[in-house]
Design a protein around this ligand. Structure first.
Ligand code: NAD
Length: 357
């Protein structure tokens, strides 16, 4: 090419990172000029959210534990009503992508700030993206109102993450960075962050899964997921994310697990068309060749005990033809041409859990 050529929209936002730093929350709420925080969570994380609310003292307006996977619109309506009733002036989301999605859903309506305290590696805390499910259809919007104003990454909060959630969640994060490296609007900064995010997560995830008590590994994994979330927020995605959206939405497959299974195959599908991007993925995994990236991602998933076959996470073989049809319905950017036959073959490999070679 004729030298560098790119556009980079850097997102605003403050990141507070480190073990124990959830203790900074009261000061961060005050810093935003807020005094009545509604803490949102899932029912499973009610105790954590209660402790966070207690730390806020009089600045806590209440705790709402109504977060549900894929953000059904009725759960957003309910949370908006609770926020209005309690006269909340900001929303503190303590949890994974599901909970952060609910906080974003309230903010989409009111424009008041979201403060995210993530406890998984989903990356939602770094993006202005919200997925809302209505009448069984999940649509995705981008709106700066939902981008969390402040994000507090406290690795201590991930100590309770079961290995069965941590592994797929980390692979979900890596997927953002793999696609960021071959994004249509990739830029030098997003690519640096993406490669470093994969490197940090690939090194730390096996240690986190083997021993959730390993504080250094948890911090390194969270650092990686921050970088991966940041690139999801600032560049466009491609085949992998479209395919996972289709499989999740139309076949009701679990989010992080679907990403885990599809990623090695999507990477492999794009390896010849985006050799420099996949060479960086391979390098981040400690491998020499772009062609090894897919296999390396498959091995990483297997090494953390995450699923490697769609057949193992609720997909049925007779759905593969319809999934392939849906995946080619609307054209979108991808390094390699998206063909019906190519996608059908990819899905077959992913269904049976074949390791890309
Ligand atoms: P999740 O938020 O659904 O969490 C999974 C389960 O783990 C929940 O029961 C949760 O309460 C529990 N959990 C979370 N952290 C825990 C912890 N530290 N200890 C114990 N239990 C814990 O899962 P997820 O993968 O983080 O989020 C998936 C959702 O996020 C999907 O709906 C997806 O579409 C969305 N998402 C959105 C974006 C975005 O940018 N908008 C990005 C990624 C994911």
């Amino acid at each position: 090419g004729a030298g560098r050529h790119f556009t980079y929209d850097q997102l605003p936002g403050r990141v507070v990172f480190g073990a124990g730093r959830v203790a900074d929350l009261p000061a961060e709420v005050e810093r935003l000029g807020c005094a009545r925080a509604l803490v949102v969570c899932t029912p499973e994380q009610r105790d954590t959210a209660e402790a966070v609310a207690a730390s806020l003292g009089a600045a806590a307006a209440g705790v709402h534990d109504g977060a549900v996977m894929h953000t059904p619109m009725e759960t957003v309506d309910r949370a908006r009503a609770v926020a209005a009733e309690l006269d909340a002036d900001c929303y503190v989301a303590v949890g994974g992508g599901t909970t952060i999605g609910l906080g974003k859903g309230i903010a989409l309506d009111t424009g008041r700030p979201v403060i995210a305290v993530p406890t998984t590696y989903s990356g939602s805390e770094m993006t202005p993206i919200i997925g809302l499910t209505e009448n069984g259809v999940k649509r995705t919007l981008r709106d700066m109102k939902v981008l969390p104003r402040t994000v507090i990454y406290d690795p201590d909060l991930t100590a309770s993450l079961p290995a069965a959630i941590a592994g797929p969640s980390g692979m979900n994060a890596i997927a953002h960075s793999v696609e960021a490296l071959y994004a249509e609007n990739a830029n030098p900064v997003s690519s640096l962050m993406a490669e470093e995010g994969i490197r940090a997560l690939a090194a730390a995830l096996p240690r986190v899964v083997a021993d959730p008590g390993d504080a250094a590994a948890r911090a390194e994994a969270f650092y990686g997921s921050w970088l991966c979330g940041a690139v999801l927020g600032c560049v466009g995605m491609a085949l992998h994310h479209k395919l996972c959206h289709t499989l999740g939405g139309s076949f009701n497959l679990p989010h992080a697990e679907t990403h885990t299974v599809v990623l090695p195959h999507a990477a492999s599908y794009n390896a010849a068309a985006a050799p420099e991007a996949l060479a960086r993925v391979a390098r981040a995994l400690g491998l020499a060749q772009a062609a090894e990236a897919g296999g390396g991602l498959f091995d990483l998933a297997a090494s953390v005990g995450a699923p490697t076959a769609l057949s193992a996470i609720g997909m049925t073989e007779d759905g593969l033809d319809r999934a392939a049809d849906l995946a080619v319905q609307n054209p979108y950017y991808n390094p390699a041409p998206v063909t019906r036959d190519g996608i059908r073959a990819l899905l077959d490999d992913a269904f049976h859990g074949r390791r890309p070679t």
